[in-house]
Design a protein. Structure first.
Length: 521
């Protein structure tokens, strides 16, 4: 199928305004996601049922990931502009209803609606940028995506806290809806609705198989740490994941209009970029998540102190998005050497994080998180630019959506697997942390609550319990807490060593990458 050439008649000013509309749509998503991290615990405190807290986040991710490939296909048929507007409508209505929720289950359902809207907006916005701009200009505009992400991550959590303190968590959900109205107005007036020449077949069987496979994978890896590998539900989920994944591949090969064209995987450039991205995204997700755990448990930093480091990281992230965009543009869309440097930076930071303990200097924490911040900002648009510059025009939409889906899925599953590695190692190390003689003063069941990372985070409660013990036991208890601290640090070290192994895969993928001739401006 050939794409209509309506974009070719657009003036540069109209292309810029259309791009502004897309960036505002992305900003609405990213800013809310940043603000939501601040108010998540307050939502469960107000609506009750803390057991649904994890599901609240998981369903958002699942719906977003599953929506991307099919919404990209719908964008080919009905036009990017229409699909972005549909996404905005779903996202905004779900935001409103999530804010009006009277119980946690209702809130979780509408967070799923938000994820669906985000998937529609994200897949078609990024693809739209690739279609609006050609050659090296793509790198500049896609580089802004990393910049916007950084800006939202810098100011979003703080603004979310301010809105919560002034008006409550529900106001956070209402605050960005007006942005959606502005985006729709710009899209209607500035963005041509380019469609395919003919109507295409929607691959419903493929979508169902992909949805079941992805859902089973995410749920299994999220629940296995509490249920265990032999739990019947986990076994069923993993079997369904594998069976549906295999069936999906065969179904897509036979489909006349597949959601994911298996022909993409005959493109060596695409495969190597996808493999590298799938190795990097778990590092990105895990590094940020486990830094907070390290800082607040092992290093005993306050939330404000650890948040300050993340804010500085976000600033570096913002700058890196611009630098990488212009660097790739200067290299006419070629990303190989730039990505080798970025993977090297990730490796340095992973190594530094693997050495962290209770006495690691604060300055070193800033250094390693700023390195990660630079890598995160630089990598955001790099693979998208490379793929869009090396795929035929008719495959850009599917290639972009496939990349985004795989990144999100492997990042989240990878984070779950890293959590499983962390918890398994930590549990094994805890068998050796209680010093001889302590159980002569304190019963084993009384010590149990303090044989966890919670004891490190709740330093005040831990010290209060220690001070209630006989004088002879206090020193032994303090030794036990030091041992717990060391056990947790050692377990995190194993996680970062595994992540380093993933980076080897990413480095080799980029090393094997053969750049094609520079994209024409």
């Amino acid at each position: 199928m050939q794409t209509a050439t309506t974009y070719e008649g657009m003036s540069s000013s109209k292309r810029m305004l259309a791009s502004v509309a897309i960036f505002l749509a992305l900003a609405e998503i990213l800013f809310f996601n940043a603000m939501a991290r601040t108010v998540g615990t307050y939502i469960t405190a107000d609506l009750g049922d803390v057991n649904l807290y994890t599901l609240m986040n998981t369903i958002f991710f699942l719906c977003s990931t599953l929506a991307m490939p099919i919404s990209s296909k719908l964008g080919d048929i009905f036009g990017r502009r229409n699909l972005i507007m549909v996404g905005i409508a779903i996202y905004s209505v779900s935001m409103l209803l999530a804010g009006l929720s009277t119980n946690m289950l209702m809130h979780v359902i509408f967070r799923g609606g938000q994820g669906l809207g985000q998937g529609f907006m994200l897949a078609n916005s990024l693809t739209g940028l690739g279609e609006l701009h050609t050659g090296a200009d793509k790198a500049k505009y896609l580089g802004f995506y990393g910049t916007i992400t950084g800006i939202c991550n810098i100011f979003g959590p703080t603004l979310g806290g301010v809105i919560y303190d002034a008006m409550g968590w529900r106001a956070v959900f209402y605050s960005t809806i007006v942005v959606g109205v502005i985006v729709v107005a710009l899209l209607l007036t500035q963005y041509p609705n380019v469609k395919q020449d003919t109507m295409a077949y929607i691959d419903v069987p493929g979508f169902v198989l992909m949805a079941v496979s992805a859902t089973c994978a995410v749920l299994a890896f999220n629940w296995v740490s509490t249920r265990g590998w032999t739990d019947p539900l986990i076994v069923v989920l993993l079997v369904l994941f594998v069976v549906c994944a295999v069936a999906f591949v065969f179904a897509e090969k036979k489909s006349k209009a597949p959601l994911i064209d298996m022909g993409l995987f005959r493109n060596k450039y695409f495969v190597l970029c996808l493999l590298a991205a799938c190795a990097i995204w778990p590092c990105m997700f895990s590094s940020n998540a486990y830094f907070t755990l390290y800082a607040q448990s092992i290093r005993a930093m306050t939330a404000t102190a650890s948040g300050a480091i993340l804010s500085v990281q976000a600033i570096v992230n913002t700058v890196a998005g611009l630098v990488a965009g212009y660097a790739i543009a200067a290299r006419k869309g070629r990303i190989k050497e730039i990505m080798l440097v970025i993977v090297g930076l990730y490796a340095v930071s992973m190594f530094l994080q693997s050495t962290c303990n209770a006495t690691t200097p604060i300055a070193l924490l800033y250094v390693m998180m700023c390195i990660i911040g630079f890598g995160n900002g630089a990598v955001m648009g790099a693979f998208t630019t490379g793929i869009q510059n090396n795929l035929p025009g008719g495959e850009i939409g599917m290639g972009t959506a496939t990349l985004q889906s795989f990144q999100s899925l492997t990042g989240t599953i990878g984070l779950s697997i890293m959590g499983l590695i962390l918890n398994s190692n930590f549990s094994a190390r805890l068998t050796h942390v209680v010093p001889a003689g302590l159980t002569d003063y304190v019963a084993q069941e009384e010590l149990a609550p303090y044989l966890s990372a919670n004891a490190l985070v709740d330093a005040a409660g831990t010290n209060e319990f220690m001070n209630s013990l006989p004088q002879e036991a206090q020193g032994l208890f303090a030794t036990m807490i030091d041992n717990v601290n060391s056990a947790y640090a050692g377990s995190l070290r194993v996680v970062f060593i595994v992540l380093l192994c993933l980076l080897v895969v990413a480095f080799l993928s980029m090393l094997l990458l053969k750049e094609k001739k520079p994209a024409q401006a």
